[in-house]
Write a protein that binds this ligand. Sequence first.
Ligand SMILES: *Cc1c(COP(=O)(O)O)cnc(C)c1O
Length: 540
Amino acid sequence: MLEIQKLFPSVNGDSLKREEFLSYIRDLLTKIDELKDENKLSLGEMPNYNKDFYNQKVVTSTVPQQGIGIEEIITSLVNLAKGQRIVNSCYVANAAPLPNTASIIGNLLMTLLNGNNIWDIEGSAAASAEVEIVSSLSKIVGYDEMISSGYTTWGGQGAVFNSLRIAIAKKYPNANRDGVPNNLYAFCSELSHFSLYKSMEATGIGTSHLIRVKVNEDDSMNLEDLHNKMVEVIENGGVPIYVLATMGTTDSFGIDDIKEIKNILKQLEVNYHLEDIYLHADTAMGGMFTFFNDYNFHENPLGFEEEVLEVLMDYHTKFKYVSLSDSMVFDFHKLGQTPYTTSLFLIKDKLNLKYVDLDAEETPYIGDRGFGSYHTSYTLECSRMGSSIPIYASLLTFGVEGYQKILANYLRVNIAFRKALKESFPDVVITNEVSPVTTFRFYEKENNWPNELFGRISSKEIIATNEYNENISDNIGNNRNIVYFGSTKKQKLVFASDSNEAIPLFVHKFYCISPYTTVEKVPDYINFLKVFKNKTLQYS
Ligand SMILES: *Cc1c(COP(=O)(O)O)cnc(C)c1O
């Protein structure tokens, strides 16, 4: 067994073993650093990730008969890393994080301890961290920390699924045993994330019972349409079980007015004698902006510029009401800059968890014994990673002000990018409000934006502009090692003059989420677009 024991860290704190471990870490970091180039998206050369790239791997991969040494393993691992994009200033595609140092160290601790966060007897460090972050973030968003609860889970999507499951089980406690009734309906804006769509599938309610609400020009949910669609469902014998308020849509950062949504729900509950309708705030993208809930906008202690402050104040008018939700989420692996997967599902009233909890007799080997007092038998996961630890470390390293500064910078850079974009391209239109993301679209001939938006041109013309922009997206995408812009095929739905069918609009995305994406870099992004926008040939 000695030979096998060699494959593990020490169990006695042996200093030689520690030095050996540190030397591996140093070797790995050095080799990764050697591949870094701040003016390039990828670590080392980016291979051509075509079908053959993966086919080759399928053909040649086997488990080695004998194990190999760690030095050699590090070489293999670094080979895996080659070509991978990293989130430096070249990356402006999506809300992907560059994990901060403290969160990486937290992640390392998480793996070193390797606790199972299902039970404090198995994972005391993660349990403590989880209790702490649930409480401290509850205080930030305005939930009462004495009655709130929460746990880390599989993404913003996990939070949507878990909340829908609570909504069903709370209203129909027998549904867990007998299955879901067939007249339940859920509501979200047509720009909300597909998480709810998938959750409708997975809970068995069915996607045809997902009612999509129109959006306003600012990409927030149209409240009149919400009201009307809910009334229609109720009057036809349906039960509105769940409403999703998206606060920060994934592609364009539209923010639903949760205060007014809550008013509508209350009014319907009274008028139609309904029980509480569950309200989940999908704050996967926008949740970090609750860190401004206690910012003194009047004195502006961090000295934000007028333009930035204005946006923050506008956000504040919506995010200060997020505590009206029954649950929400912090996706730290988006704007919070931590490793995947670090999502915290927050629940306003922990009593709601009892509807999805397992009976003690169903969990024979954990929890509910004479020892241990933290047992998360209400999660859908059984074993659970301790991702509360990197979140905890990240909150400590940034503090409230650190997060305020990085979030404000996302806006500052976007404001500068928008100005420069408009100055440099007469044929561009910006299709969303100022936010961490700028969505934009080019026109081959004249600027047709108002006509597209208000249904004054034909579907053929809209689709032609979509195709024109998809081509541009291919051109700049082929050169993404210089700057990697994002895109989406459905930023908005519009109606053409000659068709009743909604047409999705293709737009490019500039997502500023890295601390290395600064105002000084904006001219580089603009130059890149100038050079490659219409250049079909691949850069070499
Ligand atoms: C990203 C996102 C999700 C999904 O979150 P994951 O962490 O990727 O699972 C859900 N809703 C919104 C609004 C999002 O932006």
